[in-house]
Design a protein around this ligand. Structure first.
Ligand code: ATP
Length: 234
């Protein structure tokens, strides 16, 4: 599904990510792990066309998308839930979800997708008419995830979904990611919380100082001595 090879990217002349290669198969949850400032969000921005990679390749379902615009990439079904959610805080929950149906076809599917979102996150139905900015952090994250789901992602990118949230809310959101993956949707789970991420991911890659230093199945990474010492505190 997604195959990134030799990716270099950054801001202006500053290079942040160095020669990254990773792949995500259909229906797989792949964690992109690393501490604050490691380069995870920059990787997401390069994959989603928000910054133009300096070099390398991003193949999606056999097509090179490295030079595509972010809108073209969105239309292909790569949809991200950005770090910090970026909701329209002055609009209601329902209006935010409507924004996720970004083309005519999706607008036609909106009623069905809204039902699915309410089944995944029943709180959102109760809060449909409430202004998004007045919701709790956890509820706002649910809106951000539901808005992405209304876009019918083929690859869903979750950027730090656990940030600042209570563990039970994180579990609820990651549970939805797991259900989605079972329907064939691929999930790129970008996380600092390695314990939570590896509990749901099939595989993971560790980024340190802009480079992928380790990769393996979740079980392999959980048992890796460097991961244990540097990230899990064991
Ligand atoms: P975090 O968990 O804090 O988001 P991260 O692993 O996602 O960490 P990035 O946001 O990719 O890290 O940041 C990697 C490096 O790129 C950092 O040194 C950061 O200061 C720098 N950086 C991020 N955004 C920009 C920008 N718009 N312009 C210049 N440098 C940036």
């Amino acid at each position: 599904m997604l195959k990134v090879s030799g990716l270099n990217a950054g801001y202006g002349s500053v290079k942040i990510i160095w020669d990254e290669s990773f792949e995500i198969n259909d229906g797989e949850i792949v964690a992109i792990l690393g501490s604050n400032g490691a380069g995870k969000t920059t990787t997401v921005r390069a994959v989603t066309g928000m910054i133009k990679p300096q070099s390398g390749s991003v193949m999606f379902n056999g097509e090179e998308i490295c030079r595509h615009t972010s809108r073209q990439i969105l239309d292909k079904g790569i949809i991200q839930v950005p770090e910090g959610r970026q909701l329209f805080t002055g609009m209601t929950v329902l209006e935010n979800l409507e924004m996720g149906a970004f083309n005519k076809e999706l607008k036609g599917h909106f009623a069905d997708n809204l039902k699915k979102c309410y089944a995944w996150f029943p709180k959102l139905e109760e809060r449909a008419k409430q202004t998004a900015g007045t919701l709790s952090g956890g509820e706002q994250q649910m809106v951000a995830v539901a808005r992405a789901l209304v876009g019918e992602p083929k690859l869903l990118i979750l950027d730090e979904p656990s940030l600042g949230l209570a563990p039970n809310i994180v579990d609820e959101i990651l549970g939805v990611a797991k259900d989605l993956a079972e329907t064939g949707v691929s999930v790129m789970l970008v996380e600092q919380d390695i314990t939570k991420a590896l509990a749901v991911a099939d595989r993971g890659y560790v980024i340190e100082n802009g480079k992928i230093t380790l990769n393996g199945t979740s079980a392999e990474l959980q048992g890796n001595e460097h991961v244990k010492k540097a990230y899990l505190g064991i």
